[in-house]
Design a protein around this ligand. Structure first.
Ligand SMILES: [Zn+2]
Length: 435
């Protein structure tokens, strides 16, 4: 099970404890629940000079999901893990809708209004809002977690492959060595270069093998420019045959393939602009940041025989990864970014006319706000019993909980809405693959 975060009365983070120990502290009244997600308790006395062990916060930023793991480098234990799902697409859709509304407004007969500010130039380092939100999500969790546990270092996967190891790859030719770190970097490089598809038939989402365009047996080299990726059937069928011969009925494919093989992949830093922006902002936190490559992550994961999951990948990021990671019984917390609702004051129908009354207030009503997680204990009636869920408030003492309406007097707040949805993860049945 993932460990429980623990604070002292002065909100100093202490070493995370085993959930069994946390339960003991809670039942004996020595501690209280401070926060439900992530589960954090607060003990009722101050620890003068707490002895804490350095923990490393590891991040594997992905386009949809970011893996987060807190690892004790000395013992190799994965103390806590989470998978953070971003809301990139939702943001894009909202902005598209707004653009549509504004465009329709411009087409209407309205008077000319002088531009109030220059919104045509983008600031240096500008990122699309969907990417910006990804970075904001991660930074939120980095600051949050470093408040609840003694994080002394950060590891981040910065690039898919090491450009240093691959620089001038086309000139010197790097050897295809199975089992070495370089082999992993090469694989990631090829995956990126060939768009994760079979070069011959274009198959996607199939296991791909590294393939010599000009076969080794016929004097082909191990240079990157002679390598591509192929699915197994294609690889088998081609064998040592010549490319022209193998694809004689598709001359245009041969032409494109040879051109793509010669072309060098553009600097990976351009592809990974979000990751670089994240890296710069992580450095600004003042916590030392270590970076790793996707190739290295995969190398650690495969050599340790670990299964693929976002949080496991996160635990494998960087050169500091312990030789043996203890991942058994970790239950990753599933976090989903949901945003904080809309700032639009008046909902519109598809013709741009107001659909409902303009919003009146944002402030909590009777101590509750929409999206708060609550516990309800109803003494009598149809919905007698205890219920848990998120509420939607109306500005009258009848809130909506799950499927029914409820008076706020029956409610207690479990956790305030913080723009994230939580789901307890299940422990991985066998994180370690059988050898
Ligand atoms: Zn194929």
């Amino acid at each position: 099970m993932s460990n429980v975060f623990i604070l002292d009365t002065m909100y100093k983070p202490l070493d995370p404890v085993h959930p069994g120990y946390a339960r003991k502290l809670l039942t004996s009244g020595k501690a209280a629940v401070y926060r439900r997600y992530p589960f954090t308790i607060i003990i009722k006395k101050e620890v003068e000079e707490p002895i804490t062990h350095p923990l490393r916060l590891k991040l594997d930023p992905g386009s949809k999901t970011t893996g987060i793991a807190i690892v004790n480098d000395a013992s190799g234990e994965v103390v806590w893990a989470a998978e953070l799902t971003h809301r990139g697409n939702a943001i894009k859709e909202a902005l598209d809708a707004r653009r549509g509304v504004r465009r329709s407004r411009r087409q209407r007969k309205t008077r000319y209004r002088q531009a109030r500010f220059d919104n045509r130039r983008r600031k240096q380092g500008w990122l699309p809002p969907s990417l910006e939100s990804r970075i904001a999500n991660i930074l939120t969790w980095v600051t949050r977690l470093s408040r609840y546990c003694p994080v002394t270092a950060i590891s981040q996967e910065l690039v898919k492959f090491d450009t240093q190891l691959l620089q001038n790859a086309e000139v010197h030719g790097i050897e295809y060595q199975q089992g070495t770190l370089q082999g992993y970097e090469l694989r990631e490089y090829l995956l990126e270069k060939w768009n994760r598809t079979c070069a011959y038939c274009g198959a996607k989402d199939v296991p791909l093998q590294i393939e010599h365009i000009h076969a080794r047996a016929n004097g082909g080299t191990n240079r990157v420019s002679n390598l591509c990726l192929a699915c197994e059937p294609c690889n088998q069928r081609k064998g040592t045959r010549d490319l022209q011969d193998f694809l004689h009925h598709k001359p245009d494919v041969v032409k494109r393939l040879l051109a793509q093989a010669k072309a060098s992949l553009k600097d990976a830093s351009v592809v990974n602009s979000t990751r670089w922006a994240l890296f710069e902002r992580l450095q600004a936190t003042g916590i030392p940041v270590e970076t790793g490559t996707g190739g290295m992550t995969k190398y650690h994961r495969v050599t340790q025989g670990l299964d693929k999951a976002h949080w496991i990948d996160a635990a494998c990021v960087g050169a500091s990864t312990p030789d043996v990671l203890r991942v058994e019984s970790v239950k990753p917390l599933r976090i989903k970014a949901t945003g904080h609702g809309t700032r639009q004051m008046c909902l519109m129908n598809r013709y741009g006319f107001p659909r409902a009354k303009a919003k009146v207030r944002h402030t909590p009503y009777m101590g509750f706000a929409t999206g708060d997680m609550v516990k309800a204990s109803v003494p009598s009636g149809t919905y007698k019993g205890t219920h848990e869920g998120r509420i939607a408030i109306r500005f009258r003492p009848s809130f909506h909980l799950n499927t029914f309406d409820i008076h706020p007097k029956y409610l207690t707040t479990v956790q305030r809405n913080d723009g994230y949805q939580y789901e307890k993860g299940v422990s991985h049945s066998s994180p370690r693959l059988k050898a």
